[in-house]
Design a protein around this ligand. Structure first.
Ligand code: FES
Length: 63
């Protein structure tokens, strides 16, 4: 089974813990360490608004 989920965020969301630390949650959808951000959102920096991209492993294609 395959499922496509669309994300339009290009960076993480900071969550403050009760101890005052920060946890960064992936909002772009391509982290390999979900639900946490692993920095993969940097791949989205050159995306063009209005275009749609598919990320699979290290590959990206525009559709
Ligand atoms: S927000 Fe998704 S990898 Fe950083």
């Amino acid at each position: 089974m395959m499922r496509l989920v669309m994300h339009d965020e290009t960076g993480p969301k900071e969550i403050k813990t009760e101890h005052g630390d920060s946890v960064w949650v992936c909002m772009c959808g391509i982290s390999r360490n979900k639900p946490l951000c692993d920095g993969s959102h940097k791949k989205t920096k050159d995306e063009v608004p209005g275009k749609t991209y598919i990320y699979e492993g290290d590959a990206r294609k525009e559709v």
